[in-house]
Design a protein around this ligand. Structure first.
Ligand SMILES: *Cc1c(COP(=O)(O)O)cnc(C)c1O
Length: 432
């Protein structure tokens, strides 16, 4: 072991005294890769630095928000300027409608948007709204899709939950999930059957249009079209959970990339520019059911927080003015994913890979990975070995086989080459 991680270990031991597992979100504990968490003290562009001064190329980007890289000057300047005027008022500020207008401009179906403070709140609230609008109880979600940690959605929820092997979660009465139908992803027949069995009872189908929370799993050709058609036929709402994909795969998210219009869209991550923000939006006809205009209650002390609005606006405004970012990200990510796959092949290590734009996963299975059943076949031990070897070589990948890796606009050609070289060494170790 060349890297010294004494400071991170010390900090973790201290945190464990006061915080469950020492972490405020379970995947950060590195348990599923047989490692210990690093304490990050600084980030700059595509790199992060831990408490022992080690330097890593970061492929997590705060789990998606940091498409402009760490400490992007346009974002930091906007946050500082906003903070000088006060951090929160619990009253309306001009920045809220500014960010709302910019977000709405990205999505054809959207006329109004409501801000919350996390993706979890966005999906929870969108489902409440869908049930109120349709006056129906059932919802459909897909195995391996994660929509935050609200009770009714913690059913076969991928990534963190899957990594820990928790079938849902303790503390959720089964009565709270009895209206949640969890179906296999990319399986049109399963949805058809659900609509047959629960005719006119399904309020909405919520889906990650490109899944990021069982590793990267793209929709099969025609799948999103089929979801659109089946929900429309039954007067059920289609909710695209674009918390991860919104402003990531294209400015207008997966719905722009695939040309499908959902009824409601949930957002988070990038729209907060690294500060806590979530949002849900759709046509006025549906959105006007939310209080104070309508009977659907939803509120938040820090919703629309001025610092978060400033960070989000700076990020989206930059993306709007530099839409070529998406083509560059696509090209670099393609090179990286192919380079690492070739390194695996040379070393005789079996992997498969999925990628859409700047979201990608190397799966330690022959693949193809198209749903949770095929993702689950991965050799997570081999992934853990690969993860630890990459970390030794200064590459910070998501610490779970079932989490997607991200590129930012600050990643360079040199970062790609360095990562591919590290992978060559890592696969030699995995194969041995
Ligand atoms: C991250 C994520 C969420 C949850 O967002 P939080 O801000 O962590 O609550 C919901 N849906 C998707 C698709 C996500 O990737």
């Amino acid at each position: 072991m060349s890297r010294n991680t004494d400071q991170s270990r010390k900090l973790q031991h201290r945190a464990e005294q006061f915080i469950p597992g020492g972490v405020n979100s379970p995947v950060r504990a590195f348990r599923s890769v047989g490692s210990e968490p690093l304490y990050i003290v600084r980030g700059h562009g595509s790199h992060i630095y831990d408490a022992d001064g080690n330097d890593y190329i970061d492929y997590i980007g705060s789990w998606g928000p940091l498409i402009l890289g760490h400490a992007a000057p346009v974002v930091i300047d906007a946050i500082i300027a906003a903070a000088r005027n006060g951090t929160s008022f619990g009253a309306s500020t001009p920045a809220e409608a500014d960010l709302a207008e910019l977000i709405i401009s990205a999505f054809t179906h959207m006329q109004k948007v409501r801000f919350v403070s996390s993706g979890t709140e966005a999906t929870m609230s969108a489902i409440r709204l869908a049930r109120a609008y349709t006056k129906r109880k059932y919802i459909v979600k897909f195995e391996g899709c994660y929509h935050g940690h609200s009770d009714g959605l913690l059913v076969k929820a991928g990534s963190g939950v899957a990594t820990l092997g928790i079938p849902g979660s303790a503390g959720v009465p089964e009565e709270f999930t009895q209206f949640t139908l969890a179906l296999p992803y990319n399986d049109t027949n399963a949805v058809e059957q659900a609509f047959g069995k629960f005719k006119h009872q399904i309020a909405c189908v919520i889906v990650e249009p490109v899944v990021g929370n069982m590793g990267c799993v793209p929709p099969a050709p025609g799948y999103l079209e089929a979801l659109r058609a089946m929900t429309a036929r039954d007067n059920s709402l289609l909710i695209f959970d674009e918390v991860m994909t919104g402003f990531r795969l294209a400015f207008g998210g997966a719905q722009e990339l695939y040309g499908i219009q959902p009824n409601l869209t949930t957002m988070g991550k990038i729209i907060g520019g690294g500060l806590p923000v979530g949002a849900y939006g759709g046509p006025s006809e549906i959105m006007n059911l939310i209080a104070p205009l309508g009977p659907v209650y939803q509120a938040g002390t820090l919703s629309g927080n001025p610092l978060a609005m400033a960070a989000g606006y700076a990020t989206l405004n930059y993306l709007l003015k530099h839409k070529d970012v998406y083509a560059t990200l696509d090209k670099l990510a393609a090179e990286l994913v192919a380079g690492v796959a070739a390194a695996a092949k040379d070393a005789g290590v079996t992997i498969s890979h999925n990628r859409v734009g700047s979201m990608f996963t190397w799966f330690f299975t022959a693949g193809p990975v198209t749903d949770w059943t095929s993702a689950e076949k991965c050799d997570t031990k081999a992934f853990g070995n690969f993860f630890r070897a990459m970390l030794e070589n200064g590459i910070y990948l998501p610490p779970s086989q079932f989490e997607v890796a991200f590129l930012s606009a600050t990643h360079t050609e040199q970062d790609m080459q360095q990562t591919i070289a590290a992978a060559k060494q890592a696969f030699a170790g995995v194969a041995a």
